[in-house]
Design a protein around this ligand. Sequence first.
Ligand code: ADP
Ligand code: 5GP
Length: 212
Amino acid sequence: MDNQKTGQSGSNKKASICNQGLLFIISAPSGAGKTTLVRTVLDRFADMLYSISYTTREPRNGEQDGIDYYFISRDDFKKRIDGGKWAEWAEVHGNYYGTSAEFLDDGLASGRDILLDIDVQGAIQILERYPDSITIFIMPPSLETLGKRLELRGTDSKAVIARRLVNAEKEMAKKDLYRHVVVNDQLSEAIEKLISVMEKYLLMRTLSNRHK
Ligand code: ADP
Ligand code: 5GP
């Protein structure tokens, strides 16, 4: 199902939204701790679906195809752009990343809650398509800390880290586009804050379903 392309009437659209799952978008500059936080959230909310992104970047050590990402070629990625397969896509740090439109549309239509881990460009596109998405931006305590975390993680070269830091500053300047900002200084506090934000929406949905 693709609401944009079928051009549903206002009332039909409203009815389907009521039965739809919630879409959570988490963005953060690389190294801010998003992967760590997303894993915790998925453990906490066992029924939530995670949208596995597609990327043209090379897998890092330990990353698995179909679990961390679907790793595809640039040609394949471009064919899927032409075929209208992406709910959003963007070029990030020199590689392409995209979210499957079919996965989101089918998941939400069947009432599943979905978590997206995408960059700011992607979040803006998703908000156009799904305006009720709940957007959360994870901030590092400072750029300096971010650089240190990326070095400690040990997965990227110095040049890649430098590029990620330049990008981080630009992304952090857009944090006000998000409904919620969570600073990941002490990990346990960030986890608590993030989970409480998400629980609030899940609870509101439960209450509103009860009154139907
Ligand atoms: P991202 O997915 O945003 O790129 P990661 O989750 O991979 O970031 O985190 C980057 C590095 O920082 C990892 O080595 C992770 O263990 C570490 N890290 C995450 N959160 C914290 C925190 N609050 N304090 C210290 N180190 C952290
Ligand atoms: P990494 O290469 O470190 O895994 O991710 C780099 C950046 O790409 C992160 O900011 C991450 O959120 C973003 N990203 C991952 N998947 C997607 C996606 O499907 N779409 C967009 N727009 N960004 C993504």
